[in-house]
Design a protein around this ligand. Structure first.
Ligand code: PHE
Length: 349
């Protein structure tokens, strides 16, 4: 009998070594100490033994029971400890410094776009938007661009397949879809939607079939500006652009308009800027944006009477402005997602 009891203890102890979860532990315990367990069965057999043997055996069974309960209890503690450690995951060393306190931030081009928008908002412009996918009529025809203008060439513009169909982008005729080459198409969409007077700026992404180098990228960003009212003059245009560039580059900035050509403005100008605080380019005249008075033909195409309405338009390259503001000499930095570059523009975060 003593041997049987000893075997039960040893058997339980060795099987407990393979148990790693509470349910397995419960069912093993039941096979020994439960109502049908091996120790309980032996205890039940006591009644069949001679009267004089019973006390000794009773004591022995109780002692074994105590021993087994002890073994089961300490095994449960071990199982639970192990499970707790697993739930906590890998060991950590709380004395190490944190890996990084960089929490992400805005892209330098986003910062510039926001700055540009906030400057124009101060003087009554609102933001207009249109899709990056456009149609040839809105990107070129409506902007008085002749059929044989080089910008329309498939070498310069990314056209979509003939089968392409974008139901959310209205077409004038059955013209081709393309990726807009400038934000000037937003002028046209806005002029069809709203009645003058109009004061909008339209920041957005543009696409050209350019070979990427330090100053060119196949996708880039512009902010269009459009002002339509009665008796608008070049003086109004110059005044607004001077205000904008002073807000951006400081009061010491000088500007000049140089004659140029765009199919949708007449007369057209390049805006040059000279500033004392733009690094290597300080105190030199630099070309910064295009602008002009809205061509009467454009007004006619959007069904406005050019004798009643007039206006000006301008186009700002967001990359160009950002490069000048921060002395960046390669446009590709903007798109490489190199944190060593990007982190320099997020001191606050
Ligand atoms: N759309 C012209 C460009 O992409 C810029 C521009 C806009 C010029 C508005 C004049 C008026 O080069």
């Amino acid at each position: 009998m003593e041997k049987d009891l000893q075997a039960i203890v040893e058997g339980a102890a060795s099987r407990l070594k393979t148990v790693s979860s509470r349910p397995d532990w419960e069912s093993l315990k039941a096979t020994v100490l439960g109502p049908k367990g091996s120790l309980t069965q032996i205890a039940k057999g006591i009644g069949q033994l001679p009267q004089e043997d019973r006390p000794v055996l009773g004591q022995l069974i109780n002692k074994t029971k105590g021993e087994l309960e002890g073994i089961f209890k300490s095994s449960l503690i071990q199982i639970e400890e192990k499970q707790n450690l697993e739930a906590l995951g890998e060991k950590i060393d709380p004395t190490l410094p944190p890996p990084s306190n960089f929490t992400g931030g805005t892209h330098p081009l986003t910062n510039s776009r926001r700055k540009i928008v906030s400057i124009f908002r101060k003087i009554g412009f609102t933001v207009a938007e249109a899709t990056e996918g456009e149609t040839e009529w809105f990107c070129f025809d409506a902007l008085n661009t002749p059929d044989d203008h080089p910008a329309r060439d498939a070498q310069d513009t990314l056209f979509l397949n003939e089968e392409a169909s974008w139901n959310n982008i209205t077409r004038k005729n059955e013209e081709a879809y393309l990726l807009r080459t400038h934000t000037s198409s937003v002028q046209i969409r806005t002029l069809f939607r709203e009645k003058p007077p109009i004061r909008i700026i339209a920041p957005g992404r543009c696409f050209r079939r350019d070979t990427v180098d330090a100053t060119h990228s196949a996708n880039f960003h512009q902010t269009e500006g459009l002002f339509i009212d009665k008796q608008v003059t070049i003086k109004d245009l110059k005044g607004v652009l001077d205000f904008f560039l002073k807000e951006l580059f400081g009061n010491k900035v000088e500007t000049r308009l140089r004659p140029s050509f765009f199919p949708f403005t007449e007369p057209s100008f390049e805006v040059d800027l000279r500033a004392p605080n733009i690094g290597k380019l300080s105190d030199r005249w630099i070309e910064i944006m295009g602008c002009g008075m809205v061509d009467p033909k454009v007004l006619e195409l959007v069904e406005l009477d050019p004798l009643e309405w007039s206006g000006y338009a301008f186009g700002i390259g967001i990359e160009r402005i950002t490069m000048l503001l921060h002395g960046i000499d390669d446009i590709r930095h903007f798109y490489n997602n190199d944190l060593r570059f990007l982190n320099q523009f997020n001191h606050g975060s």
